[in-house]
Write a new protein. Sequence first.
Length: 579
Amino acid sequence: MLTLQQQFFATAQRLPEKCALRYKQGGAYRDLTFAQVATAVRQVASALLKLGARPGERIAILSENRPEWVMADLGGMLAGGIIVPIHTTFSPRLAAEVLNNSGSRFLLLSNQEQLKKILSVLGDLTRLEKIISLDADPPPNESGNRFLRWPDFLALADETSSFPTTSPDNLCTLLYTSGTTGRSKGVMLTHKNFLSNAQAALQAIPFNHRDTLLSILPLSHVLERCGGYYASLVIAGATVAYAKSLKEIAENLREIQPTALVLVPRLFEQIYDRIQQEFSKRGMLARKLFRWSLGSNPGTPAHFLSDRLIFRKIRDRFGGRLRFAVSGGAALSPRLAIFFRQIGLTICEGYGMTETSPVISVNRPHHVKIGTVGPPLEGIEVRIAADGEILVKGDSNTCGYWQDEKSTQELIDPEGWLHTGDLGALDDEGFLKIIGRKKEMLVTAGGKNVYPEALEARLNTSRYIAQSMIVGDGEKQLAALIVPDKANLAAFAQEIGLPADDWELLQNQAEVKSLYRKEIGSALADVAEYERVARFRLIPQEFSFEREELTPSLKIRRHIILERYRSEIQGLFRPRSSP
């Protein structure tokens, strides 16, 4: 087996003049060939060696998706380094934790915003020696040689450099988990871990060199790094184009016309909400036609007509060439999966975790079973423990956590099985169904086990609900914190003659409470009685990265939200008349 950089150079040699990366600059997309990227990778590696980088050196990257991310990643590995991505949404405190725990001496960062973050904690970063900036200017009081601009950094490269030998079994990265239930830990992954997973994933999800992907998820997230980068670009030789921003995705989709996408469920929810919102603004006839179309059966004349009148136009918003999309990182609501399949877009929902590099199982484009995360990848063993926990073995499993033997022993048992912390079941065809997360399971006063993530995925399909969190551990009934979709709530308020911008007034209006009671009831209509939400509280602020309430894959960090909204949650379970 090759290393990741060796695999990239092999692909670049096979497809030297093919477009590898596309990035938007000055209002237009620009292309870089595989040969150009390969040259830059060697420059980065040579420059790092000139700065004193040694084999096993930890090299951190704090940047949005852009070509330099790939160059720094592969170049750092070519220099024998271990790459440490830092999520751009991390607070200064979390970024400092990653830099200090990993012992990174080198940091590549993107812009003034990220530099400001690092400067605010610079005094605590005892190991950091070099900051390499892509766009940011050095601080006014900069002295010494700590700060380097990207062009000056590349100018250090020497064409005669020789690079250290790297083995597939060497560590290539430390990936710090998002910490949904506690502190982040550095997952150690090798070249073999990633390449074995990416190669197995390509057998299930057939990216090829003719594909074009629009990269939307952050490269610091393991799903994008493996699926939207290593599998597609490094191995398959596909073209990867970077979305300019979340706000510009609709425009970027039309510009790039991707053939494949890798997304998290929250982004599918947002796309679904926009489609629903648009049709709600149209006339009665258009709304009735849309609802009728969604009820048509594939293969029938009615569905053919629906496709020509409506569904094809929706698909065109994705660029018109999309073959399939992959969903991972959290539970995808079956309601969303059915909707997208009805309009002719195949979503292959999968399952994995950072510790498994990441894909464990995934639905195949030719065989999607909604409500499951597909069968395991080739070469990956899945076993269901006596308590229902999903256990995994395979070449893509991590060897453990960086400098954390206790957590490593809790993760991997003496027989080599990795304990995922998720509960699941395998059906007769070998398709895996996720039941819920062990640590996030709620137990009601009646002794019923409730897995909140799946219920929240249902709630979030309502166009009036932006985010939600189910609570009720130890209580007789469940309750929920609901973050309204403010645009749709404002439209509703205007329709009934209420001021759309007066939050204090709106949240206490009987009509608004009735609306959300109805939406919650509809979303959870077919779940068990003990899984239904009896009470809810509307909260005005969205859960955000800045307040450390969301992970980079847009999952909620429950322990933080529970603490932040402690009094509101307690109020939901005190005797009261409403809602």
